[in-house]
Design a protein around this ligand. Structure first.
Ligand code: G6P
Length: 607
């Protein structure tokens, strides 16, 4: 997803902008560019492709830039193919802009501007904003921005420079992320703090209806009428090191290893005297007792965490839960209403469909609870109640630790609902919470030796397609295991309820088809063994993920990935680390770009 950066200071800024853009590479992009004030002009350099091969190569061919102020962008194509001309910054000799988001009414604006004699070069929606600014600009940037904001519809985070307001950046946003960083005698704009952590940890959150102006004298905020706005300076807790690889070959591997701590950081602050406690966010016992329906909504891995939540809440709290994909939920006139709780799950807190699902739930009168990792993100700000998952920055595009903490939260949530609704007593609740607090240790045990995951990966890395099978919670969690594998290794994979296989999907099994069977549920063991034997007898190569202590006959499964022992309810969460590692080593063995899989973006801020 597009990334926006900007810098004003006393140092030459081209390298700083490029570095900041590289820090945003994880968001996914297909072109990059910068525009800076150079010799009384706006100088733009932009190129299709990766920063290293495109933008940096072009910059090397230019005379060195001395500019001390500029804006930069990584573009993830939505309107118009990835190309030099569609790359940002976009504008003319007077104005240049970078944009993250989508301008929904760009066609109307384009026809209006064509009527005024403007000609368009790119296929982007962004160019309409640049030209509209040019149309309204009569020497006062704030007035021009105010006019433009009144016309454009959709989501935007904009960084803007005007040639005759040298070394000054203007920024404005609605529904797309943008922070303003305060350094030592220098200022930044960025889509998120990861971009600028090596320069500063102090930042402001720009709100809708505010304009930020950054110049040599500092950072100034106004409302759309130019009236000054006082804002609180915040400090990012994330340090540079935590946003870097820390010695691991990939961010994904690092983030898998961070899961034990991440789970502790999510769960421990919400446990008081051994019992779940959500009072920090206003989710009282009384509210939890009163909700008529519980909806859980998210996209991708976040939705899968919701699926685990459904299994857990229904099993422990005997309360029905509706789980939905945000892009479906928002357009199917869902039955969510006053008296219901909508739990909105998102790592980034910026996913467009998820944000809209939240707004819709609110509009229909439901209480909204956001389970979000990024502090101050749009979903966090919009929801009635927020639980921050405290996982730290997740850089790898495919989610691992963020999924783990969302799922861990679902456990605690299920226990609390069960307790306040009288489905378990205090001592059982304490016992369950204690078990959850032991999960990080079990995951650490799983992370001690990588050889069994590497071995399993070596057995599947050249497959075209495979199946994950499981029952109960294993089925819910293997949906995520399967998604990991296809996201990063590009091997087609399906997660299937083991008992449902015989109703169609079993026809896919032929000699050598890999099947990964997840079997952590003692209560369902006999059923699973029989499903495994069924696929094995049809030629499948079976890798079984189960307790290390489990005795598995050779004629049942080909290979075993062993897990430490834990109660049935907790072992699936432990097994998810094993599934992530199998996906990881499979992608590595196939030579895939693990942290930046093709076609995927970390934060999908458009529909
Ligand atoms: C993208 C990412 C997924 C993620 C999904 C939802 O598709 O590639 O890994 O699960 O968005 O993101 P969110 O930030 O809302 O959790």
């Amino acid at each position: 997803m597009c990334g926006v950066v900007g810098f004003v200071g006393k140092r030459a800024c081209a390298d700083i902008l490029v570095k900041a853009l590289k820090n945003l590479e994880y968001r996914g992009y297909d072109s990059a560019g910068i525009a800076v004030f150079e010799n009384e002009k706006i100088k733009t350099v932009k190129a299709k492709g990766k920063i290293r091969e495109g933008l940096e190569e072009k910059l090397k061919k230019e005379p060195p830039l001395n500019a001390v102020c500029g804006i930069g962008h990584t573009r993830w194509a939505t309107h118009g193919e990835p190309s030099d001309v569609n790359s940002h910054p976009i504008g003319n000799e007077r104005i240049s802009i970078v944009h993250n988001g989508i301008i929904e009414n760009y066609r109307e604006i384009k026809s209006f501007l064509i009527g005024k004699g403007y000609e368009f070069e790119s296929e982007t929606d962004t160019e309409t904003v640049a030209k509209l600014l040019d149309h309204y600009y009569k020497g006062d940037p704030i007035k021009a921005i105010e006019r433009v904001i009144g016309v454009i519809e959709g989501a935007y985070a904009l960084g803007i420079i005007f040639k005759d307001h040298k070394n000054t950046i203007y920024a404005v946003r609605k529904d797309s992320p943008l922070i303003v960083g305060k350094g030592n005698g220098e200022s930044f704009i960025a889509s998120d703090m990861t971009a600028i952590l090596e320069y500063t940890r102090e930042y402001y959150c720009l709100e809708r209806g505010e304009i930020a102006m950054l110049d040599g004298s500092g950072i100034h905020f106004t409302d759309l009428h130019g009236e000054p706005v006082e804002k609180e300076l915040l400090t990012a807790e994330w340090d540079v090191e935590s946003a870097q690889k820390g010695g691991y070959e990939h961010f994904m591997l690092k983030e898998i290893h961070e899961q034990p701590d991440a789970i502790r950081n999510t769960i421990s602050p919400r446990v008081k005297d051994g019992m779940p406690d959500f009072s920090e966010c206003g989710l009282t016992d009384e509210k939890l007792r009163s909700y008529k329906h519980i909806f859980i909504v998210g996209c991708g891995s976040a939705m899968h965490a919701g699926m685990a939540g459904k299994y857990l809440i229904e099993a422990v709290a005997r309360t029905p839960v509706i789980v939905d994909i945000a892009s479906e939920f928002r357009y199917r006139d869902p039955l969510v209403a006053e008296g219901d709780l909508a739990v909105i799950v998102s790592q980034s807190g910026e996913t467009a469909d998820t944000l809209e699902a939240l707004k819709l739930s609110k509009a229909k009168g439901a209480d909204t609870l956001a389970i979000v990792n990024v502090v101050g993100s749009s979903i966090a700000r919009e929801a009635d109640m927020v639980i921050y998952t405290n996982a730290g920055p997740e850089i790898s595009v495919c989610s691992t630790k963020a999924y783990a903490v969302q799922t861990a939260f679902m456990y605690l949530f299920a226990f609390q609902i069960a307790y306040v609704r009288g489905k378990i007593d205090g001592s059982r609740c304490r016992e369950l919470v204690k078990g959850l607090l032991e999960v990080p240790e079990k995951i650490s045990e799983c992370l001690e030796d990588m050889s069994q995951y590497q071995f399993a990966a070596s057995k599947i890395f050249n497959a075209d397609s495979l199946l994950y099978i499981g029952r109960g919670l294993d089925n819910a969690l293997s949906m995520e295991g399967s998604l990991k594998l296809k996201e990063i290794s590009y091997i087609h994979s399906e997660a299937y309820a083991a008992g449902e296989l015989k109703h169609g999907t079993i026809s896919l099994i032929e000699e050598g088809t890999p099947v990964i069977a997840v079997m952590t549920q003692n209560a369902l063991k006999e059923k699973m063994i029989s499903n495994v034997r069924t696929v094995k007898s049809r030629g499948a190569k079976v890798i079984i993920i189960c307790r290390s202590s489990e005795k598995i006959d050779e004629d049942c499964a080909d290979y075993k990935v062993g897990l430490p022992d834990a109660d049935d309810i907790f072992l699936p969460l432990v097994s998810s680390a094993a599934m992530q590692l199998i996906a990881y080593y499979t992608a590595v063995q196939r030579g895939c770009d693990v942290d930046k899989p093709r076609n995927l973006a970390k934060s999908v801020t458009v529909e």
